[in-house]
Write a new protein. Structure first.
Length: 474
C-alpha cells in the first residue's frame, strides 16, 4: 500500500500492535475508513503479552477470530517449582473455573503475542484492510474539523487519530500528555523466546526457579516449539544477546547453555505501572500501552489494550457513520481510564505477591455501572454490567450479539417491543426467562455491556437518540 501526497481517511491508527489491529478490525467491519500505520517493517516478533484472559477471548470471538485463537492457543500449563535441579512440586499459576452458560471461558488462554497479531492481521485483510509498515509519525496538527498527520511517507488527513503506539508513544509525547506512575520493581527483567533441545525440558509444565540472583521461568508456548523465558536481575543489567541468554539459563537452571538451541527474540525492561493523565486531546485518543503501562505479572496489559479498542471502535463508528452526537466520544476516557487505573493496581499487587491471579484477573467483572452510558436496571443486572452469554434456541446469546449492532434483548417478558431495525444498527431478540438476567428488557451495546435496562421501553428512545438510533424507523 502506498500513500498519496495527501491521503484522507476517517480514522488514522498509529501502531499495529494488538490494540491497533483490534481497532482496525472493528472499524473495518463497521465500514469506517481507517488507515493503520506501523513504524516497524513487520509485526512485533516476540511472545511478550502471551496471556489472553476470558473477557478478551469473548472480545476476540466477537471480532471473528475466536476459532483461530482456540486453534493456535492453549491453557496455561501447571507451574512446577524447581530447586537445585530437583522438582519440588506443582503450583497453580492462574485461577481455573469450569465454563458455564453465562461465562463460556473459564481460564486464561496462552498464545504468543506475535501469533495474536498475525491472527488479527489476517482478519483485518479479510475485512479489506491492511497495515502500512515502515511508516512513522513525524508530526501532527489539529483543527475543529480533523487531524493532519505528517508521516514519513507523506501527509494524511483524518477525522480522528488513535495512538496505539506503545508505552513510548510518539503521539502522546507530541501532545504533551504526561504519564503518572511508579516503578513496580527496581530489578530489571529479561524476556526471551527460546528453543530447548530434545527432552531437556518437558512442555507439560511452566517451570519456575528461584535463585539468589533472581527468579527465572520457562513457559512452553502453545502452538509453537518455543518457551518464553522471563528472568529477574537483582544485580547488574540483563544481557539480551544469544550468548547472554544461554549463559543465564546455564547459571540458574539445571540445563546446559548448549540446551538452548535458538534464541528467537529477547528484550529487557523494568516493571513499571503508569497511567496517562488523560486519554483524549481534541480529536486524538490514546489507547493500549500509550495510555497505560503494566507489570506483565498480572497478564493484564494486552487484554486491557484490546478492550480499549473494543470500547472506542463502536463509538467512532456511530459518530462517523450514523450521526451520533460527537459527545459520545467523551465517554471513552470516562469509561476506560477508571478501568485502566483499577487494572494497573491489580497488576502491581500481583507482581509484588500481594494478590493471586484470581477472578479479578480474568476481567469478567469489569463493567461501567454508574457511567455516562449506563441507565437503569432490570432483573438481576444493572446497566453497565457485562452481558452474560447463554442459550438461545440452537444458538448462543453471544451469537446473537456478534457484530457491530446493538441488541435489545427481551428476557421472560411479553413487554411491547419495537420492530427489529438491523439496518439502523438495532436487533430485537426474545428469550425465555434466564437466571443470569432475570426478567426484563436489556439493551446490549456493541461491546457486550448493558447500556440500558428496564421493565418496558419507557426511556429507551431517549437513550438511543444521541447514539444515532431512532426507534421510529423500525
Amino acid at each position: 500500500m502506498e500513500l498519496n501526497s495527501v491521503k484522507e481517511t476517517g480514522v488514522l491508527i498509529v501502531g499495529a500492535g494488538p490494540c491497533g489491529l483490534a481497532l482496525a478490525c472493528d472499524l473495518a467491519r463497521r465500514g469506517v475508513p481507517a488507515l493503520l500505520v506501523e513504524q516497524a517493517p513487520a509485526l512485533f516478533p516476540g511472545s511478550r503479552g502471551k496471556g489472553i484472559q476470558p473477557r478478551t477471548r469473548e472480545v476476540l470471538d466477537d471480532l471473528g477470530v475466536g476459532d483461530a485463537v482456540r486453534e493456535h492457543g492453549g491453557p496455561a500449563p501447571v507451574g512446577m517449582a524447581w530447586q537445585s535441579g530437583e522438582r519440588m512440586g506443582e503450583h497453580r499459576m492462574f485461577r481455573v473455573a469450569a465454563p458455564t452458560d453465562a461465562e463460556p471461558y473459564g481460564e486464561p488462554w496462552l498464545m504468543p503475542q506475535w501469533r495474536t497479531q498475525e491472527i488479527l492481521l489476517a482478519r483485518l485483510r479479510e475485512l479489506g484492510g491492511d497495515v502500512v509498515f515502515d511508516t512513522a509519525l513525524t508530526g501532527l496538527a489539529q483543527d475543529p474539523n480533523g487531524v493532519t498527520a505528517e508521516l514519513s511517507t507523506g501527509p494524511v488527513r483524518a477525522s480522528y487519530l488513535v495512538a496505539a503506539d506503545g508505552g513510548r508513544s510518539t503521539v502522546r509525547r507530541a501532545l504533551g500528555i504526561a504519564m503518572t506512575g511508579e516503578t513496580v520493581d527496581p530489578a530489571p527483567m529479561l524476556v526471551a523466546d527460546v528453543r530447548i533441545a530434545g527432552d531437556a525440558l518437558d512442555r507439560l509444565n511452566w517451570h519456575l526457579m528461584n535463585t539468589d540472583a533472581g527468579f527465572i521461568t520457562l513457559c512452553p508456548l502453545p502452538g509453537t516449539a518455543d518457551f518464553q523465558l522471563a528472568a529477574q536481575f537483582k544485580e547488574g543489567e540483563p544481557d539480551t544477546s544469544a550468548e547472554g541468554v544461554r549463559a543465564l539459563v546455564a547459571a540458574r537452571t539445571h540445563l546446559e547453555a548448549a540446551d538452548v538451541t535458538e534464541v528467537r527474540w529477547s528484550s529487557d525492561f523494568r516493571p513499571r505501572a503508569a497511567l496517562a493523565d488523560r486519554f483524549r486531546e481534541g480529536r486524538v485518543f490514546l489507547a493500549g500501552d500509550a495510555a497505560h503501562v503494566h507489570s506483565p505479572a498480572g497478564g493484564q496489559g494486552l487484554n486491557t489494550s484490546v478492550q480499549d479498542a473494543y470500547n472506542l471502535g463502536w463509538k467512532l463508528g456511530r459518530v462517523l457513520n450514523h450521526g451520533a452526537s460527537p459527545a459520545l466520544l467523551d465517554t471513552y476516557e470516562q469509561e476506560r481510564r477508571p478501568v485502566a487505573a483499577e487494572v494497573l493496581g491489580l497488576s502491581t499487587r500481583i507482581h509484588r505477591g500481594e494478590q493471586e491471579r484470581g477472578a479479578a484477573a480474568q476481567q469478567l467483572g469489569i463493567g461501567y455501572r454508574g457511567g455516562p452510558l449506563s441507565s437503569g436496571r432490570a432483573g438481576v443486572l444493572e446497566a453497565g454490567d457485562r452481558a452474560p452469554d447463554g442459550p438461545s434456541g440452537d444458538r448462543r446469546l453471544f451469537d446473537v450479539y456478534r457484530g457491530p449492532h446493538f441488541t435489545l434483548l427481551a428476557v421472560g417478558t411479553d413487554a411491547e417491543l419495537p420492530e427489529s431495525a438491523a439496518a439502523e444498527g438495532l436487533l430485537v431478540h426474545r428469550v425465555d426467562a434466564y437466571e443470569a438476567y432475570g426478567e426484563g428488557l436489556f439493551l446490549v451495546r456493541p461491546d457486550g455491556y448493558l447500556g440500558w435496562a428496564g421493565e418496558d421501553v419507557t426511556g429507551l428512545a431517549g437513550y438511543l437518540a444521541p447514539l444515532g438510533l431512532d426507534l421510529k424507523r423500525g
